[in-house]
Structures are given as structure tokens and as C-alpha cells.
Design a protein around this ligand. Structure first.
Ligand SMILES: Nc1ncnc2c1ncn2[C@@H]1O[C@H](COP(=O)(O)OP(=O)(O)OP(=O)(O)O)[C@@H](O)[C@H]1O
Length: 263
């Protein structure tokens, strides 16, 4: 089991931000975590990465049970995490190659001497993610789409068991988004790929490789299970509280508001 959350609740002040979350992820299952702004997605990710702890319930990630011993550092080495928070921490003057290499040490910046196999691996990941042409460019000079690719390559450097992509298409134009999604699909399909969690607000980004979806609403699991059963007009109309229609095209869902409804 990659993840087991059992009746997990989280309180901040006098407010319950997460309420009775139950979520099981098996090895090799790729999940989408879909929720509107403020639904609690970031808190769930913080629980997974052991940046915060549940007020109630049990969290078990990659066989490590939280609260028993302090495993945060060991755990984080097995989780590849791509998020805007990581994006902001990257040393802007490091080049793309160095940023990817630093993933081998789970560090921001390079403080240890990389081995030759590490260098070769970084090059091959830069190639896989289509970033080899700008491997020598400083991170700060890259476009948003290029930065995301570099960060994904960095996250894969340590061969994580779990790869979490938190809104990776934020700020990308249509073409950059579709190209990034293509790369994500390729990663997911490779033999030995990490289990993936893709966090998004957008139904259109659910790729066919994400067979499972969890809908999070106001800190509660609205529904979770097979994507094809969860991403339906009926389920999402009820989830959004608004009449919406889901159409599938090339195994991807597209959402539109039913004419004449308000929201
Ligand atoms: N310290 C706090 N005390 C009380 N409420 C908080 C605190 N920090 C965050 N919240 C609230 O918790 C809720 C969940 O926040 P969270 O950041 O997890 O949402 P999210 O799903 O990640 O949203 P987004 O998609 O906008 O990033 C929000 O309503 C937020 O305002």
C-alpha cells in the first residue's frame, strides 16, 4: 500500500479543515485529486509529506506510520514532489542540469559531489522530459513550462516510489500544457513508474492513465473510485452544485456548464 488514510481529520483553530478522510492508494495506481479552491488539497499533501500531522486518525505513507517515530526525512526521499512551493525555493542561478542533479540528494542546490552515474541519469531525464536543449541555461531564464519539466526531472532523479504533481500546469499556455500532459502520460506508462498523484482544479487535465479520482469538497471526500464512474455529468453537477455536462473525447473528459443554469 502506498497510502492509507483512516478517518483523518485536521483542525486549525476552531475549524475542522479535513473531516474523516479515508483514502487508500495501491502501488501502481495513478490518482487524480480534484477539488475547488480551499477544499483542503494542500493540507492533504502536507499530511502525505509529513509537513503537518493529523489531529485525528491514521496516516500511513509507503509503509511508514506517522506519529510513531520521526520519519519525515526518510519518507521525503521516497516522494517526488512538484509544487509551486518547491518552484519558488529553487536557486534561480543554478542551471537546469544542476537543478535536476540536486534531486539525487533531495536538496535545493548542489552541496554534494554527484557521481558519474548520477550525471548520466540527469542527462537521460533531461532528454526524456525534452529539456536537454536548455540544460545549461539558468533556471531563472526558463519559461514556466520549461521550469515545470525541469522540476519533474528533478523529482524523478531519486527514483521516488510516489510522485506528487501539484497543479503542474498552472500558468502554462494551451500548447505547453498539452505537451506537459503528454510527458506525464509517458512517465506514468513506463515500466517501474512511480505511483502518481495529480492534483488539479481542472477536469480536462485528467489523463487516461489516471484510472482513479478522489473528489474533495470542503474538507471531505465527496466521492472516490474509478475515474470513469466519478467523472460523470451527474456526479460533477452534484459536486459543483451546478448543472454541468461531461463529454469524453479521446479518453479525456471535457466539462461545460449546461446552458441556462447559474452558478
Ligand atoms: N491556519 C489556518 N486556520 C484556519 N483555516 C485555514 C488555515 N490555513 C488554511 N486554512 C483554510 O483551510 C482551507 C483549505 O486550504 P487548502 O490550502 O488546503 O485548500 P486547497 O484545496 O489547496 O486550495 P487551492 O486550490 O486554492 O490551493 C481553506 O479554506 C483555507 O482558507
Amino acid at each position: 500500500m502506498v497510502l492509507e488514510m483512516e478517518n483523518v481529520s485536521l483542525r486549525r483553530g476552531d475549524r475542522w479543515i479535513l473531516k474523516n478522510i479515508n483514502w487508500q492508494i495501491e502501488e501502481g495506481q495513478h490518482w487524480v485529486l480534484l477539488g475547488l479552491n480551499g477544499s483542503g488539497k494542500t493540507f492533504i499533501l502536507n499530511l502525505l509529506n509529513a509537513y503537518t500531522f493529523a489531529t485525528k486518525g491514521e496516516v500511513n505513507v509507503l509503509g511508514m506510520q506517522f506519529g510513531k517515530t520521526y520519519l519525515a526525512e526518510r519518507l521525503r526521499k521516497q516522494i517526488g514532489f512538484v509544487s509551486s512551493a518547491i518552484q519558488q525555493k529553487i536557486h534561480q542561478e543554478d542551471n537546469a542540469f544542476e537543478v535536476v542533479l540536486s534531486g539525487a540528494f533531495a536538496s535545493i542546490g548542489l552541496y554534494e559531489t554527484p557521481t558519474d552515474p548520477m550525471r548520466q541519469k540527469a542527462i537521460s531525464l533531461l532528454e526524456d522530459l525534452g529539456c536537454i536543449d536548455y540544460a545549461n541555461r539558468n533556471y531563472e531564464t526558463l519559461s514556466s513550462g520549461e521550469k515545470q519539466r525541469v522540476l519533474i526531472a528533478r523529482a524523478l532523479m531519486a527514483d521516488p516510489s510516489l510522485l506528487i504533481l501539484d497543479e503542474p500546469t498552472n500558468g502554462l499556455d494551451f500548447i505547453a500544457r498539452e505537451k506537459l500532459l503528454e510527458s506525464i502520460e509517458e512517465i506514468a506508462k513506463k515500466p517501474g513508474a512511480p505511483t502518481m498523484i495529480y492534483v488539479t482544479h481542472h477536469v480536462e487535465e485528467i489523463l487516461p492513465v489516471f484510472h482513479k479520482t478522489l473528489l474533495l469538497k470542503e474538507g471531505e471526500v465527496f466521492n472516490a473510485g474509478d475515474t470513469t464512474k466519478i467523472i460523470t455529468s451527474q456526479q460533477l453537477s452534484s459536486f459543483f452544485g451546478l448543472d454541468v455536462e461531461v463529454r469524453w473525447h479521446n479518453d479525456r473528459p471535457f466539462l461545460s456548464k449546461v446552458q441556462g443554469t447559474s452558478g
